[in-house]
Design a protein around this ligand. Structure first.
Ligand SMILES: [Zn+2]
Ligand SMILES: [Zn+2]
Length: 445
């Protein structure tokens, strides 16, 4: 009988011995940031690294995504390890691209090192021979739901349907042969070395155009219809809703102006806003989304203009699988000590959103955090400062979790899969997301 602990030790030794290579991968991606669906260089680079490990894979899934497999000795379930390819855009970040403002201010560059680290561990002598099943190594685009106008254009032109990486992978059937999935996300060192559990906000995405009429801003503003004033009224109206939002629903209403007019001497005729309605439950999101739409219409009505409201299917709240959490926590504790592994209560909501939430409605997943950064997440000063904890330790914890799931003829994985009750099938998920896309033109003239 194969000793599971021996397999883990072999994997960990292999990962440790290539830690410089794995950290170099993360740092190289850090220095070449690309936002979602633009990850051309990043995808090619990760593809080359998979080739270096001898792992054949498909590329170009949802434009830039990658997927390869490691096959164990006998057949069994497929467990996916996911790394996210995309950066944010944060102007002035130390590692931002001066032309695009792209910057890895959410630590996704480390996830690619982790994913390859899991592969390195599984490729250690004798490990795959002791397991049953397969491990899918997946690099996914576009977790950060940004560049909404651009993505809506990709949608309109038929290059993608859903506008985030995991959403589109699910639609394309790229998770159809995956039974369970995991990834680890960096967080602040001050939050401890590992944290697992809790949930996230779901959301819908708003792409808004206020439409007015241009006129001479000095000579004849009374002949114009000011789209910027419409937007100002709408955003003030949105702020007036806050007392109606319940704390337990963790609603977040926020956005950015992406176009505010083109010339100061002309009354702004078109003003663009990209926004987000986040919340802990579908009902709460729908309620807040209706409020946002009322406010947007109020802006158009006030000035006698129009507003185009496009609501795009965003993310669903995250559900961490308890069996996988138990296994991950035990392995993380063996690596960093149990005092450095925190288990969050199921209801704890960090307020942000992830498309791992979408996947969690369909198959068992975990999305632990690894504390390895300083600064503010998504901020100008978010920097990973402990690359062992950001890349090597989570790779070891995930690799050991997979070994435990797939050893002994994959008994633990099979039981977790059998016990799992999905909220949605793939078909049900795709149908719901399609139904959430809504386009409205409100005429306040
Ligand atoms: Zn992020
Ligand atoms: Zn992130």
């Amino acid at each position: 009988m194969i000793d599971v602990q021996d397999l883990k030790k072999s994997a960990w030794t292999a990962i440790d011995s290539r830690s410089d290579w794995l950290i170099d991968v993360a740092k190289t991606v850090l220095q070449n940031p690309e936002p979602g669906f633009f990850e051309i260089k990043t995808s090619k680079y990760v593809s080359r690294k998979l080739e270096e490990l001898g792992i054949s894979h498909d590329s170009g899934i949802a434009l830039t995504g990658l997927k390869g497999y490691l096959q164990a000795a006998t057949s069994g379930p497929t467990v996916a390890v996911i790394g996210e390819l995309d950066s944010l855009r944060v102007e002035g970040h130390s590692y931002s691209d001066p032309e695009t403002n792209a910057a890895h201010a959410c630590g996704h560059h480390c996830q690619l090192g982790m994913m390859l680290g899991v592969a390195v561990g599984l490729l250690a002598t004798g490990v795959l021979e002791g397991l049953a099943g397969r491990v899918a190594l997946m690099a996914l685009p576009a977790e950060e739901f940004i560049d909404v106008e651009h993505r809506y254009g990709l949608h309109k032109s038929g290059q993608i349907e859903f506008m985030a990486g995991k959403q589109e992978f699910i639609r394309l059937g790229a998770f159809d042969d995956v039974d369970m999935a995991m990834m680890s996300h960096t967080s602040l060192s001050s939050e401890g070395k590992f944290a697992i559990g809790g949930t996230s906000n779901g959301h819908v995405v708003k792409y808004i155009k206020f439409l007015g009429k241009a006129a001479h801003a000095g000579g004849a503003p009374h002949n114009g219809v000011n789209a910027l004033q419409a937007a100002i009224v709408a955003l003030n109206a949105l702020n007036s809703q806050r007392e109606t939002l319940r704390n337990e629903d963790t609603i977040r209403l926020h956005g950015i102006m992406t176009g505010g007019g083109v010339s100061v001497s002309s009354v702004p005729a078109e003003v663009k806003y990209e926004g987000r309605v986040r919340g802990g439950t579908t009902d709460a999101i729908n309620d807040a989304n209706e409020k946002m739409d009322r406010c947007l219409r109020a802006g158009a009505l006030t000035v006698g203009g129009q507003v185009e409201i496009v609501t795009l299917p965003g993310y669903m709240p995250l559900i961490n699988n308890s069996t996988m959490m138990d296994i991950f926590s035990n392995n993380a504790s063996q690596i960093v000590g149990s005092e450095h592994v925190r288990r969050n209560p199921d209801h704890l909501n960090r307020g942000g959103s992830t498309d791992m939430g979408d996947l969690s409605q369909i198959i068992p997943v975990i999305h632990p955090y690894t504390g390895a950064a300083t600064g503010a997440g998504h901020g100008i000063d978010y920097l990973v400062d402990d690359y062992i904890q950001a890349v090597v330790n989570p790779a070891k914890a995930m690799c050991a979790t997979i070994i435990e799931l797939l050893s002994n003829d994959a008994q633990k994985a099979s039981k977790a899969i059998a016990d799992f009750r999905p909220n949605l099938s793939v078909e049900g998920y795709v149908a719901i997301q399609r139904s959430r896309l809504n386009e409205e033109v409100y005429n306040g003239i």
